[in-house]
Design a protein around this ligand. Structure first.
Ligand code: MN
Length: 423
């Protein structure tokens, strides 16, 4: 077992019951405060542990980390050290936070500097995203969309069960939770109209996704096997792939999403490590027809992570509108990465790979407004009496996620973003 995952570990830092951030989680992020430049931290309870301070004061001396590796705007250099090193750092942090360890605990002056209340910090982008790819790996989502827009009897296109379908997205507009967006403008064409018009999107949507971040490259021309893929994946964030459906239907043939998707994607700021999710591995669904040999895999490669979406109207309360689970993925992350690199595409440190909308089998588990309100035919009723077919100006969309068993709850925190009127 990974040492930091030991469910019997108890920290000396206060961690409220049902906190997303127990000692068994220890997700990594980049934060700043009024007094501190951006740097790396780890979440524990309501606090952030300042890794720059710990490193500069010798708490990681045994690990041989480069000088200044945490005192940076992004985690790219840190995660690029490789999982052997980053896992050792996480285990060392668990050791320092263990109630039976006095090294940091007994040094009150150091504690006062190293532990920062979350409300005093602002979370920033955890990595500089080098490349961004979005997959389309939930069979329920792909089936729903195919049913709505094409043919209920042939909802999945012929390639879908053979290829983890994806497209290359836009890295520059990936933003952390708390950064709000303006409604995008673009071309749309109503089905009965002869010509397109220009204006603010009338069908703005969210997509409930997770994304994994890579920490090890392969040389151009080389491939990553499903077996080796774990070595390349540092961890996961929640991912809201904002989508303008009316722009999407007009532009997407033949080359796929473009302006309907590239205006913004929101992520949760804490990267939950693959290590922390190890106890929550579950088998994937049976894949039929059989996949080609390079997509075959062994072991449990799906993760049981409960996912939730809340919609909060301007001045109103949060409405839970979707409950799904990461375990519903048809294609797992190992298959996604193996497929992505099988042609020799070079994966880089700090790439982001989103899952595609994660819909479950039931209507309350659909991961987008498009599906929840079924193309606008079944509007959602909110607690304030209003209805939604898509996202309106002033609405805030919040996604949360957590993995939980008898002993431990590993949370992702949240990704929250408000939609402002078009500029
Ligand atoms: Mn998507």
């Amino acid at each position: 077992m990974i040492e930091a995952n030991d469910p019997t570990l108890k920290p000396w830092v206060e961690v409220p019951e049902n906190s997303d951030f127990p000692i068994q989680n220890l997700p990594f992020g980049i934060f700043k405060t009024q007094y501190l430049e951006p740097g790396a931290g780890v979440a524990i309870g309501h606090c952030i542990l300042d890794l720059t301070y710990l490193h500069e004061n010798g708490f990681f001396d045994e690990l041989g980390l480069p000088v200044g590796v945490f005192n940076q705007q992004y985690l790219n250099d840190f995660i690029g050290l490789g999982k052997k090193t980053t896992s050792a750092v996480r285990n060392r942090i668990a050791e320092l936070l263990d109630i039976n360890n006095k090294e940091l605990q007994s040094n009150k002056a150091a504690c006062a500097i190293a532990l920062i209340p979350m409300e005093e910090a602002e979370m920033l982008m955890p990595i500089k995203v080098q490349n961004y790819t979005d997959f389309y790996s939930s069979i329920e989502h792909a089936t729903n969309v195919g049913t709505m827009f094409r043919d209920p009897d042939n909802a999945l296109l012929p390639n879908w069960k053979h290829i983890p379908v994806g497209y290359h997205g836009r890295a520059s507009s990936i933003i952390p939770s708390g950064v709000n967006i303006h409604r995008p403008k673009g071309q749309t064409k109503a089905p009965d109209a002869e010509l397109p018009t220009f204006g603010p999107s009338k069908r703005l949507d969210f997509e409930l996704e997770t994304a994994f971040i890579t920490c090890k490259e392969n040389a151009l021309g080389d491939s990553i096997s499903t077996e080796k893929a774990d070595d390349h994946i540092f961890g996961f964030v929640l991912f809201n792939d904002w989508s303008a459906r009316d722009m999407q239907v007009w532009e997407y043939v033949p080359l796929g999403p473009f302006l309907a998707k590239n205006f913004a994607s929101s992520i949760s700021p804490w990267i939950v490590t693959m290590d922390a999710l190890e106890p929550f591995r579950v088998p994937g669904v049976e894949q039929k027809p059989e996949v080609l040999p390079y997509l075959e895999y062994e072991g449990d490669k799906n993760f049981d992570v409960q996912l939730e979406v809340y919609l909060q109207p301007q001045g109103g309360e949060e409405n839970l509108i979707c409950q799904s689970n990461f375990k519903h993925m048809y294609w797992n992350v190992n298959q996604q990465l193996a497929h992505h690199s099988v042609n020799g595409c070079n994966i880089q440190v700090g790439d982001m790979y989103a899952s595609g909308t994660i819909s479950g089998p039931t209507p309350d588990s659909y991961g987008s407004m498009l599906e929840l309100a079924w193309k606008g035919t079944k509007p959602l009723k909110l607690s304030d009496g209003s209805e939604r077919k898509f996202i309106e100006d002033g609405d805030t969309v919040i996604m949360r996620g957590y993995a939980q068993n008898e002993g431990v709850r590993i949370g992702f925190g949240e990704v929250k973003c408000k939609v402002l009127p078009a500029k």
